[in-house]
Ligand binder design. Structure first.
Ligand code: SR1
Ligand code: MG
Length: 418
């Protein structure tokens, strides 16, 4: 393909990609039979589903700007390169979790990948009140596998450091997270918006210098604790499910950072689904029943994370950190070290969780869980519960020792009339 970057269109796609054998192998060579749909509803990219005689495929192409804002916010095409690399590492570290990649074109910022037919975006499923069997187990294990296998607990030190170098160049997307997630919610930033009726609650957060410094403590870790490759954007819009299968997509924000980052962001998105339920279910009993299911998912996700991390610690600890030569080979237990690592991961996860709960209501890129609620005063009440619980998590990340304490806190905030 010609090297000069050009965005694909419904019309140009068959002609441009019909010559790529990695794609025609999947969907067939007869381009006149290809059906092309643009389905991108995210904030950044073009996404096409292409159906041919032989099969179906997803074509994702980065645009040279932030789609949701427009050309006034230019953004590197290189993000496709980091997404491609992250997809390969997800596959290595947790086989079958990510869509299979068939083709990558760096100059055109195009990735051709498996179409997850029959799957829906989890966020929409949570709004609809649908159940997914095995959801917590898959996500908890995935977060543990990604965290452990991309870290100095497992990788060769040379490979780890080279990989950190590679992903450090994803600085434009890390910059988005640094601003939109960690900073903008806590002052009147240009792209911020919030629901009417939240001013007083927001002032409580912005006046809380202790909480803001805790958020900055976490940002310091985000920028400098290159512990493992994180997905970097593991919200419920990056998870696709059937009623019994779960896959994870969209790792373009991948970076080497704290091991608790993905777990924390994920729990935050379950908590926002939880708090928003009273607006999505007409029947109060249905709402509370579904809320209980979400709480169970949060608890089971953390349980699966800890179990899997523990298993990998005992079976795959071959890196430079906490080596067996210092513990097991001396006839000594490494249990204390494992507990200490898990405690650090949990503390960071709790902090990231609170911060993500804030940014989705205050900065750019709100989530549909709250944003689709038409009754503004109800939306403000539910968002206030979420915002104030986020503050408690950030302030108390050191003392909330278990997921049980976190879920009890959610139950309390869910009753608050703010
Ligand atoms: C400008 S990008 C806004 C948000 O969308 C992505 O999915 C990330 O969550 C990012 O923070
Ligand atoms: Mg995304």
């Amino acid at each position: 393909m010609n090297d000069e970057y050009k965005p694909l269109t419904l019309e140009s796609l068959p002609k441009r990609l019909g010559v790529v054998s990695a794609i025609t192998d999947q969907i067939g060579v007869e381009t006149r039979n290809w059906e092309v749909k643009e389905v991108g509803d995210g904030n950044l990219n073009l996404v096409f589903i292409v159906t041919g005689r032989k099969g179906i495929i997803v074509i994702k192409q980065a645009l040279p700007y932030v789609r949701v804002v427009g050309e006034s916010w230019p953004l590197t095409l290189d993000r496709a390169y980091f997404e491609y690399n992250a997809l390969l590492r997800q596959e290595q570290r947790d086989e079958g979790i990510a869509p299979a990649v068939f083709y990558f074109d760096k100059a055109q910022a195009i990735i051709a990948m498996e179409c997850l037919s029959g799957h829906k975006i989890l966020r929409g499923m949570l709004i609809e009140g649908l159940i997914v069997q095995g959801l917590a187990d898959t996500i908890g294990k995935h977060c543990a596998r990604l965290a452990f296998r991309g870290s100095d607990l497992s990788m060769e030190t040379k490979d780890k450091k080279e990989d950190v170098c590679l992903f450090q160049k994803n600085y434009e997307l890390m910059g988005i997270t640094e601003n939109l997630v960690f900073t903008d919610p806590y002052f009147k930033a240009e792209m911020n918006s919030h629901t009417e009726g939240l001013d007083e609650t927001i002032q409580v957060l912005r006046d809380d210098t202790i909480m803001k410094s805790r958020v900055q403590d976490m940002l310091r870790k985000f920028t400098s604790n290159a512990e493992t490759m994180c997905h970097g954007d593991l919200h419920s819009g990056s998870i696709m499910c059937t009623d019994s299968k779960t896959r994870i997509i969209d790792p373009e924000f991948a970076f080497y950072g704290p091991m608790g980052f993905d777990l924390g962001m994920n729990i935050a998105n379950f908590l926002m689904a939880y708090f928003s339920q009273p607006a999505h279910r007409e029947n109060a009993l249905e709402a509370t029943t579904y809320q209980s299911w979400i709480i169970q998912i949060i608890e089971d996700t953390v349980y699966a994370f800890n179990q899997e991390f523990n298993k990998l610690w005992n079976t795959e600890r071959k890196g430079i950190l906490y080596p067996k030569s210092l513990f097991e080979d001396q006839g000594q237990s490494s249990e204390h070290a494992l507990k200490s690592v898990l405690k650090d991961i949990w503390r960071d996860a709790v902090s990231v969780c609170g911060i993500e709960m804030h940014r989705r209501c205050l900065s750019l890129a709100h989530n549909a869980d709250f944003e689709s609620i038409e009754n503004i005063s109800l939306r403000a009440t539910l968002e206030a519960r979420n915002l104030l619980m986020g503050r408690e998590l950030i302030l108390n990340n050191n003392s909330i020792r278990s997921v049980g304490e976190l879920s009890s806190m959610a139950l309390e905030f869910n009753k608050k009339d703010i």
